[in-house]
Design a protein around this ligand. Structure first.
Ligand code: HEM
Ligand code: HEM
Length: 211
């Protein structure tokens, strides 16, 4: 993509780049995110309504929601912009050496904060969350299948759901409340973010897409 396509709003070319917007997520990536959010919400609500008896018509809704996550993602890959989707996934899950080093230092000394390095599309915190969330959602599904085949003998399903919910609360805090990260919400809803925000939090990414 060229720079002209990336910078979607050129109405105000202010000297401080104030009103420039940069393309971040296309329709396929946004569909994949919000489809997953909707189906996880449906699974969570039907699960809570069903309680630990785990039977009746709600169980069908509950299991269908999870199957539909897979159906939606497969459809996104089949008919959407799979190149952009895989590209975003690669950015999200590949942890580079300097990022791993930063994570180790930060986890060891959480209060000692230096200047923010020029991160790529996602920062190491987001990558760590992505791995943790993937693992915990997998644990929810596996324990769900185990509970299901044991006739609703819960086991570790509810605890796995709690771990996932805690991770999602952290994600929600970053997406909606935390002033430094909530400008990203615009990208996940409309597809673009402010140039000034990207320059501050994802400087390397900005350079990469300019090339
Ligand atoms: C994102 C995925 C899922 C979420 C958020 C979720 C959430 C929940 C919640 C909150 C409950 C109620 C727990 C309780 O009150 O003790 C529950 C129960 C249950 N879920 Fe899930 N679930 C998911 C996936 C699945 C899957 C894939 C299956 C089976 C294929 C499944 C099978 C069951 C069964 C059988 C119960 C009733 C017995 C029990 O509590 O273990 N769930 N689920
Ligand atoms: C089942 C629920 C959800 C899952 C599994 C999920 C998962 C993810 C993942 C893996 C990412 C990529 C990296 C990152 O962590 O930023 C992401 C990005 C994002 N999510 Fe979610 N999410 C969920 C719910 C939500 C909700 C409810 C919101 C907002 C109200 C939200 C807002 C965002 C935003 C704004 C981004 C983009 C961050 C950026 O541009 O850097 N997510 N989500």
């Amino acid at each position: 993509m060229t720079t002209t396509e990336q910078v979607t709003d050129r109405r105000a070319v202010a000297p401080d780049d104030h009103d420039l917007w940069v393309h971040r997520f296309g329709r396929t990536e946004r569909f994949a995110h919000w489809w997953t959010v909707s189906m996880v919400a449906l699974a969570l609500l039907s699960g809570i309504a069903m309680g630990d008896d785990g039977g009746g018509p709600l169980l069908a809704v509950h299991v269908s929601a999870v199957v539909l996550i897979g159906v939606g993602l497969a459809a996104a890959i089949a008919v959407g912009d799979r190149h952009a989707l895989f590209d975003a996934a690669r950015h999200l899950f590949v942890i580079e050496r300097r990022e791993a080093r930063w994570l180790r230092t930060t986890l060891r000394h959480p209060l000692r904060r230096g200047p923010e390095p020029p991160w790529g599309m996602f920062n190491p915190g987001q990558k760590l969350l992505a791995w943790a969330l993937s693992a915990s959602v997998l644990a929810v599904i596996v324990t769900g299948i185990l509970s299901w085949s044991a006739g609703g003998e819960g086991g570790l399903h509810a605890p796995a759901v709690l771990v996932t919910a805690a991770l999602l609360c952290a994600h929600l805090f970053m997406a909606v409340l935390n002033p430094a990260t909530r400008p990203a919400l615009n990208g996940m809803v409309f597809g673009h973010v402010r140039h000034t925000w990207a320059a501050k939090h994802h400087a390397q990414w900005l350079q990469d897409i300019r090339r």
